[in-house]
Design a protein around this ligand. Structure first.
Ligand code: 13P
Ligand code: SF4
Length: 304
């Protein structure tokens, strides 16, 4: 195995040769975040994927993110360095079960979290991310029933903030959903001066204890702008790298040691180098699905 500085050099050379852009989510390993051309939350990464003029997009994230890039930029080659990097929450809904639920309800508007497959997006009216969920739900017609898939915690958070009642799919993020109010109370007792920031994929009893609830980049903005010096962070631990990097004079503590998404950690420097060298594994979406899925993504991206 090449030493890490050798690998980094190799990746940068291959990146230039392939005319590739490296996009990374905040939950990636620190060395991947540091090497990426852009690090962001799901919404920012979708915008980057839509607007890049690179020939190859290497998505350091999970499968649904690479699929969104393939939907938004069909003429680009999209690589996911580990083909097994899926999102367990996205797998909690499929197109057939969504069609059944739509038929059972009264012609609902379907809002799908971007953490869904292209097939599910194709069955949806509009997508949302944790950064724009309030704006997306608030934009929906008042006389229509809403079906929100698949994250029930995010859906409940949006219901509370918008006053809209929705049918919630019983999905959840196995990382955020396992964080308990008890663990959070213990972290608060250990760091009495710290503010608590949590992701809206957390359970409502955890959200109720928070000083601020936001997407990953919303948490970053909040922590950097706040006069407070210490923060307890209720999201996947990868964000702590970026928090410490952007606010080096502040202290960040994880709300629980269990906040690690194994799928996000599957991307390594070795796999990234191999993907750039072999131009594999590729992620693509068949035209029939893409043509419908892009409508839901574009309706979301049109909402500022
Ligand atoms: P955001 O970065 O959009 O907040 O998403 C969190 C997440 O769980 C991505 O898988
Ligand atoms: Fe999916 Fe949760 Fe991992 Fe994000 S953190 S990829 S929502 S399992």
């Amino acid at each position: 195995m090449a030493a890490s500085s050798e690998l980094v050099k190799q990746i940068l050379e291959l990146k230039r040769k392939r005319k590739a852009v490296l996009l990374s989510h905040y939950y990636q390993r620190p060395e991947i975040q540091d090497l990426a051309d852009f690090v962001g939350d799901s919404l920012e990464l979708s915008r980057q994927a839509e607007n890049t003029d690179a020939e190859v997009i290497v998505f350091c994230g999970v499968h649904f993110m690479a699929e969104s890039a393939a939907i938004l930029s069909p003429d680009k080659l999209v690589l996911l360095p580990d083909a097994d990097a899926g999102c367990p929450m996205a797998d909690m809904v499929n197109a057939a079960s969504l069609r059944e639920e739509k038929a059972r309800l009264n012609n609902p508007v379907v809002v799908s979290y971007v953490n869904t497959s292209a097939e599910v997006k194709a069955e949806s009216d509009i997508c949302c991310t944790s950064a724009n969920v309030i704006r997306v739900v608030s934009s929906l017609p008042r006389d229509r029933e809403i079906l929100f898939v698949p994250d029930q915690n995010l859906g409940r958070f949006a219901e509370q903030r918008t006053g809209r009642k929705m049918s919630l799919w019983p999905g959840f993020c196995c990382i955020h959903d396992q964080l308990t109010a008890d663990e959070v109370q213990k972290a608060k007792a250990a760091h009495p001066g710290a503010l608590l920031v949590v992701h809206p994929e957390c359970r409502s009893e955890v959200i109720a204890l928070a000083d601020h609830v936001a997407s990953t980049s919303g948490m970053l903005r909040y922590a950097c702008a706040s006069p407070a010096r210490e923060f307890i962070v209720g999201t996947e631990e990868g964000l702590l790298h970026q928090l410490s990097k952007q606010c080096p004079d502040k202290a960040f503590y994880t709300a629980s040691n269990g906040l690690v998404c194994r799928s996000m950690k599957l991307t390594t420097l070795e796999k990234l180098a191999l993907a750039l060298e072999t131009l594999e594994p590729r992620v693509s979406v068949e035209t029939r699905i893409r043509e419908r899925a892009i409508l839901a993504l574009e309706r979301m991206l049109a909402i500022v």
